[in-house]
Design a binder for this molecule. Structure first.
Ligand SMILES: Nc1ncnc2c1ncn2[C@@H]1O[C@H](COP(=O)(O)OP(=O)(O)O)[C@@H](O)[C@H]1O
Ligand SMILES: [Mg+2]
Length: 461
């Protein structure tokens, strides 16, 4: 619409530029008034020749006050009897013909471009020749022409723009969804069981975050699956081992109970006593085994969290030392406790650390032959206290030292009779120390003895 309006204005200006002198030139040729009276013939002539020159014009003859004396216009549709003289004066007085609009007698509300010239008799202005340059017809034609042209141009532009916008939009969507499609593909592949599917690193922009989040999530899921798998494997292994470990002492017990029942009458009281004491030992061992298995599986499943507190490791060592005295005496083993009295407190779980020392003492007393020696020593080591449990027993072959800490692993070298246990003692000790961010070491030489070491952090206030 704006374009249409501007184009129309431009056309009118051009019209005035081209035909602005038409009135002046015409007046020079003919005199429409003779002694104040209208020279009808002359006027007809003016009108005729002007209209021939430019059929789009409408010619008016005005008197000196602006009243319309006569006019040439088709259909005689004028609606006012006079026109305003102001624009006419402005037009006549201007040196450079300006773009100026005056009243159109046929459409008093509208302003049209025109040409005008004064009609002089002597020095007196007796009237004006007033020529509207763009007649109604032309206005109608140009406006409809322009209208349709602009409309066509406009609609063409509209469709071109729409099409362009559509293409740009589609391209944008395609680019945006390209990354999204990649992500969806990956998610689908992951869903279908390809746990290694990850969105490639090249993703940029807002999709980058989504891709990263998915990748992280996938990693977490895979890690969880792995953990579940390992827990599941452990559970299976545990069940298999437990049933085996428990069945053996149970079978022995069952055998003795059966014998006792069958030979009840014939059995000597001494034998009976022996059988019963074997039964007692077996049941003790069974309960110890169950305790160990339970403890180990809880540690493995991370169900035990250390409750750390500061305590005197020297006191704990003394307690344990005391408890093992009786057992050591039975085997005629010499026990020694070696520690400086001014050791710092340690920061650890008392119960769990006691379990570690017990497991190591169990082994030391179990494997060390009679008349042997077992030593507990405590020693400050930087910000830690080192605990060492040493014996002069059979030792562990170097090849086996690395795996005795794994569950169910027992040295092939060790006396099967003595081994007895489930092979869990060292595995439990290792797990407990891991919970304390510490570790366990072994030093051993065949036929010379074995030492186990571990450190606990000193408590600093
Ligand atoms: N002080 C030691 N002297 C010799 N061998 C040892 C000693 N401590 C542990 N071992 C070896 O390490 C193995 C694993 O020990 P452990 O985990 O306590 O299981 P278990 O005592 O039930 O056999 C033992 O079977 C034994 O072969
Ligand atoms: Mg043991």
């Amino acid at each position: 619409m704006i374009t249409s309006y501007i184009a129309k204005e431009y056309l009118q200006e051009t019209n005035q530029g081209l035909y602005g002198n038409i009135a002046e030139n015409t007046v020079k040729l003919v005199k429409p008034f003779v002694n104040g009276e209208v020279d009808t013939l002359a006027v007809k002539d003016i009108m005729h020749s002007t209209m021939v020159m430019n059929p789009s014009v409408e010619v008016y003859l005005l008197d000196s006050k602006g009243n319309i004396v006569t006019y040439s216009a088709p259909y005689k549709k004028i609606k006012v009897s006079s026109v305003s003289l102001d624009p006419i004066h402005t037009f006549i007085n201007a040196k450079e013909k300006p773009f100026i609009k005056g009243q159109d007698p046929r459409h008093p509300d509208e302003q049209k471009v025109f040409s005008a010239a004064p009609i002089l008799e002597g020095d007196e202005t007796t009237g004006y020749l007033y020529i509207i340059l763009a007649s109604e017809e032309q206005a109608a034609v140009t406006s409809s022409l322009f209208g349709s042209y602009i409309l066509k141009l406009g609609s063409r532009m509209f469709f071109i723009t729409l099409f362009g916008a559509m293409i740009i939009g589609l391209l944008a969507i395609w680019f945006l969804t390209k990354n999204l499609r990649k992500i969806i593909e990956t998610v689908r592949s992951f869903k279908e069981g390809n746990l290694e599917a990850r969105v490639p690193d090249s993703q940029k922009g807002e999709m980058h975050l989504l891709a990263d989040t998915f990748n992280d999530m996938a990693d977490t899921i895979v890690a969880n699956i792995e953990e579940l798998k390992s827990v599941e494997n452990l559970r299976r292994e545990l069940i298999a081992n437990v049933s085996h470990d428990l069945r053996t002492p149970l079978a022995i017990m069952q055998g003795y109970v059966e014998t006792l029942l069958m030979k009840d009458e014939t059995l000597a009281s001494e034998d009976r006593k022996q059988y019963l004491s074997i039964l007692l030992k077996s049941s003790e061992k069974l309960s110890g085994l169950i305790t160990q298995l339970f403890e180990y599986s809880k540690l493995e499943a991370k169900q035990i969290q250390p409750k750390k507190e500061p305590f005197f490791i020297t006191e704990l060592a003394q307690d344990v030392f005391q408890k093992y005295q009786i057992l050591a005496k039975e085997k005629n083993i010499n026990m020694k406790l070696d520690m400086s009295p001014k050791l710092p407190m340690v920061f650890a779980d008392l119960g769990l650390v006691e379990r570690v020392i017990q497991n190591l003492m169990d082994n030391a007393l179990k494997f060390t032959p009679e008349n042997g020696e077992v030593t507990i020593s405590l020693q400050e080591a930087g910000q830690s206290v080192e605990v060492k449990i040493a014996d002069n027993g059979p030792g562990i072959p170097e090849a086996e030292q690395s795996y005795i800490f794994e569950r169910y692993r027992q040295s092939k070298f060790a006396d099967k009779e003595k081994a007895h246990g489930a092979g869990l003692g060292l595995a439990i000790a290792k797990k407990i120390l891991e919970l304390h961010e510490s570790s366990i070491r072994v030093q051993s030489k065949l036929n010379e003895g074995t030492s186990f070491f571990f450190q606990l952090p000193a408590y600093s206030v």
